[in-house]
Design a protein. Structure first.
Length: 119
């Protein structure tokens, strides 16, 4: 069976933009995230707040190329960027830190400094 890639137009545009930024800034991080988002939904990354809390430090940026789920509590003041958030997870994140879309993170930090991929 041939892999056709994502059908969501927003996701397709994001993948193209990530690849473009990766080439322009010569940052492998954006190319890697584009590759992860190009995978089928079934095997795309997901991360709970517990896992994000465990593997990050204060004032760091966590990038999840998939979905953030709400299990657990966020005890650190961090920024979390992801393709999707559950509603509950977004509420919990905004109490302790800040939830961003991947597009916002790309504009804010095009060089990809101090970003940790989780998931």
């Amino acid at each position: 069976m041939k892999h056709t890639g994502p059908t969501n137009p927003k996701l397709k545009a994001l993948i193209i933009e990530l690849q473009r930024l990766g080439r322009k800034e010569n940052v492998k991080l954006w190319k890697r995230v584009a590759l992860d988002l190009n995978k089928p939904t079934r095997i795309r990354r997901e991360a709970n707040l517990d896992k994000i809390n465990k593997y990050t430090k204060d004032d760091e940026i966590a990038l999840i190329p998939g979905k953030v789920l709400s299990t657990g509590e966020l005890k650190k003041k961090i920024k979390i960027a992801a393709f999707k958030f559950s509603e509950r997870a977004k509420e919990k994140i905004n109490k302790a830190g800040k939830a961003l879309t991947i597009e916002q993170l790309m504009k804010e930090n095009p060089k990809g400094k101090k970003i940790r991929i989780i998931g």
